[in-house]
Design a protein around this ligand. Structure first.
Ligand code: GLA
Length: 739
């Protein structure tokens, strides 16, 4: 009966259905319910009593707060054979079902056709696109009839559900098997910029033959500054490489468009990327001391701080006024030892080389408060996901020591995936084969003057399905202490299975209080980073429960939508930030990311990356690099080593920026700094160049006469009452204003 009604609607709508004749929009008609039953996969099951699901939203966003665990979604859909008849390739039907958060299984008329987990079970499934193909001959596919698509889902914690922008069914197109791979690095010549890109077929036997057009556009004027077309042929076995060199033009990002046209099918595929441009000035040969102005450690615990300094090597370090118990290695700048006496110590660091010397006043606070400024470090997750191992951590530590520690970067944090499947007979946590010697690894990281972080969950299992600390909190804290760990990220995940299904504020605090008490028994300063995705407005209480930082959101992705939605929604959290306690809008997505073994260049444009680093610094966020540190290209390195930008993040006042203007196409965020100056980020949220004009009095900047462009590290000449600046699409101008 239902089938016939659908047929009728399709016939009536036929004259204007040319697009939908080739593509079925699946964004509507979904139903869902919480729970789990294998019967819900089967077509005859009657789901008419289920709730209507809005698949543009997570469970939580549609009014089901803290819904974790199992749930199912179902939709009934006619699939007309005209789709197949009109297609150029007639091999398979492609389904896009938004994102599955976290573990997901898709059933077509009762048959499992897709799952996002490989080992274990659905609980180890990882958040990702619900995108898959089904052969046109698959008996599960009922052409010209109603099909029931059912999704079984397991959400480990935080936001969950089946949701996203893209819900459709269409025949696999000849271009669906083609990727334009732009993941190579840009080559920087003295006056030129170059790159090799690849056209690849990911499957099938088709011979692609046609042309590749390469176009460089100035986004400010929308004019094409360079254009070239080349023949291009490739197959699944033989990729096509195109290498180009263009003159480096002005200091801004140009838009490159690569378009391949296949002659036989007439189909096209395009990809666009922005050219990187570096604003951070070159590091000077004269010594300069970077990093924060203040550092806290608890009395009686091991002290470790590497004085961050740039300049031509060799550098010689000196520190006057160190608390007793601490010593400095003059050749490496590493301060270590144990200080027993509480107090604020005014220290003077001096760093010299053959070109001169530089001195900086610094305060060492020996007391109970640690993590006085947001952590600067690396975390394995956004780069390596569960494939992290000892070697990857060492590579990152070496890169941090060589290239970043001179700018204040300090933490090397292992995320999920280090834990063994079982505890030992005494109940102690063990590492898996990827980490043969955690103590040895930690010693190595410490020898570089860096600090080491680790990850666990208060639940029985972590989000990646590894062992959590449930009922072993004291033991795990002790093990971390024995290994020499300095930072713990504690991720809610399966804790939802062992607490109330509607946790109260007390329920939410409890696991963090328990681990805090356990960490306090260890004679090390272990920064405590909560990861519970902002539940219960954690920014209002995370500090009281002993958090040094707390995630305020779900997981970030390397897209403008994800980064900007997270970053620009933090105003509500601002009051929570203070020295020792910071909001964490999640880790950075610049450089090569991948959440697993294969890496890709971040999908953020260069200007979006400037926005990301500027905004996170204004927000006093922990800056945790999430990329493959073995492959830091010059642009990414320039983003992470701008000392004046980092100084905004590391400002000792510990305030968070407030949103001081929000218009349709731009926003202004302003942060109070310790010396009385203000950092101001003017963000263009539109996709066009804009001239943004701030009336200084309206922007709370009346009387602030000096305006310094922080990325370029130079003063700007501005008119008295206003500040006018050109801001690229999705980009930023970050200034520091003073009187
Ligand atoms: C959650 C966290 C991520 C990461 C993974 C590990 O998704 O939010 O940052 O730690 O778990 O499984």
């Amino acid at each position: 009966m239902r089938t016939k009604i659908y047929m009728l609607i399709i016939c009536l709508a036929a004259p204007f259905l040319t697009v939908s004749a080739q593509e079925i929009n699946l964004a509507h008609g979904w139903k869902f319910r919480i729970g789990d039953s294998s019967a819900w996969a089967l077509p005859p099951y009657n789901d008419s009593g289920w709730k209507t699901a809005d698949v543009s939203k997570t469970w939580e966003q549609q009014g089901y707060p803290q819904t974790d665990g199992f749930g199912w979604y179902r939709v009934h859909q006619l699939i007309p054979s005209s789709l197949k008849e009109k297609a150029f390739l007639k091999d398979s039907l492609h389904f896009d079902l938004g994102y599955l958060d976290d573990g997901g299984e898709v059933y077509l008329n009762g048959k499992l056709v897709y799952k996002n987990w490989k080992t274990g079970d659905i609980k180890s499934g990882l958040y990702g696109p619900g995108s898959f193909s089904v052969s046109v001959n698959d008996p599960a596919l009922h052409w010209d009839e109603e099909n029931v698509i059912a999704v079984r889902l397991f959400d480990t914690g935080g936001n969950g559900g089946v949701y996203g922008d893209k819900f459709d069914i269409k025949m696999t197109d000849v271009m669906d098997n083609v990727t334009i791979s732009t993941d190579g690095d840009f080559y920087y010549g003295e006056k030129s910029l170059g790159k090799a890109i690849k056209l690849k077929a990911t499957g099938g036997n088709y011979n692609y033959a046609g042309r590749l057009s390469f176009k460089v556009t100035d986004p400010e004027t929308d004019t094409i500054v360079y254009q070239k077309t080349n023949p291009a042929n490739f197959t699944a076995h033989r990729p096509f490489t195109y290498t180009f060199t263009i003159a480096r033009l002005d200091k801004k990002s140009y838009r490159i468009t690569y378009t391949f046209t296949d002659e036989h099918s007439g189909k096209q595929i395009s990809k666009t990327e922005g050219t990187p441009y570096i604003l951070t000035p070159y590091v000077k040969a004269k010594p300069r001391i970077n990093g924060p102005d203040v550092f806290g450690e608890r009395p009686g615990n091991p002290f470790l701080y590497r004085i961050p300094a740039t300049g031509q090597k060799p550098l010689v370090y000196k520190a006057d006024g160190l608390p007793s118990g601490l010593t400095l290695d003059a050749a490496t700048g590493i301060i270590s030892g144990v200080a027993d006496t509480k107090g604020d110590y005014a220290v003077a660091f001096t760093v010299s080389n053959k070109l001169g010397s530089s001195t900086k006043k610094f305060t060492i606070k020996i007391g109970e408060l640690i993590g006085l400024t947001p952590a600067l470090g690396w975390n394995s997750w956004n780069a390596w996901g569960l494939t992290v191992n000892d070697q990857k951590v060492r590579t990152s530590a070496n890169a941090m020591a060589d290239k970043l520690s001179a700018h204040g970067w300090m933490y090397i944090n292992i995320d999920d995936g280090w834990e063994a499947a079982n505890r030992n007979a005494n109940g102690e946590i063990l590492t898996n084969a990827k980490f043969p010697d955690m103590k040895g690894l930690t010693d190595y990281v410490h020898s570089l003057g860096l600090r080491m972080g680790i990850y666990s969950s208060p639940g029985p299992k972590t989000c990646g399905g590894y062992l959590g600390s449930w009922q072993h909190e004291g033991q795990d804290a002790k093990t971390y202490g024995d290994w020499g760990i300095d930072y713990l990220k504690y991720d809610w995940c399966s804790y939802s299975e062992v607490t109330s299904s509607r946790p109260t504020l007390d329920d939410m605090k409890k696991p963090y209080q328990l681990m805090r008490a356990s960490l306090d028994k260890v004679h090390r300063d272990i920064l405590f980073s909560f990861c519970q995705y902002g539940m219960g407005d954690v920014w209002n209480w995370g500090g009281q429960v002993g958090g040094n930082s707390w995630r305020t959101t779900g997981d970030i992705e390397d897209t403008w939508k994800s980064m900007s939605t997270i970053g620009f929604s933090q105003d509500k959290t601002a009051e929570g930030a203070k020295p020792g306690h910071f909001n964490d809008p999640d880790m950075l997505v610049v450089g090569k990311v991948g959440w697993g073994d294969s890496q890709h260049n971040t999908r953020l444009t260069p200007d979006e990356q400037y926005t990301h680093i500027s905004l996170w610094s204004l927000l006093s966020s922990p800056l945790l690099i999430g990329c493959d540190m073995g492959h830091l290209d010059p642009f990414t390195l320039s983003l992470l080593t701008n000392d004046e930008v980092l100084a905004i993040d590391q400002d000792a006042l510990g305030r968070e920026a407030r949103q001081t203007a929000k218009k349709d196409d731009y926003q202004v965020w302003t942060k109070e700094l310790e010396d009385g100056s203000k950092a101001v980020g003017i963000f263009n949220t539109s996709d066009k160049y804009q001239l943004i004009k701030l009336n200084k009095a309206d922007a709370g900047l009346g009387g602030y006469t000096k305006v310094r462009d922080v990325w370029q590290q130079k003063y700007l000449i501005t008119a008295a009452g206003e500040f006018v600046t050109k801001v690229p699409p999705h980009g930023v101008v970050l200034v520091r204003v003073s009187k």
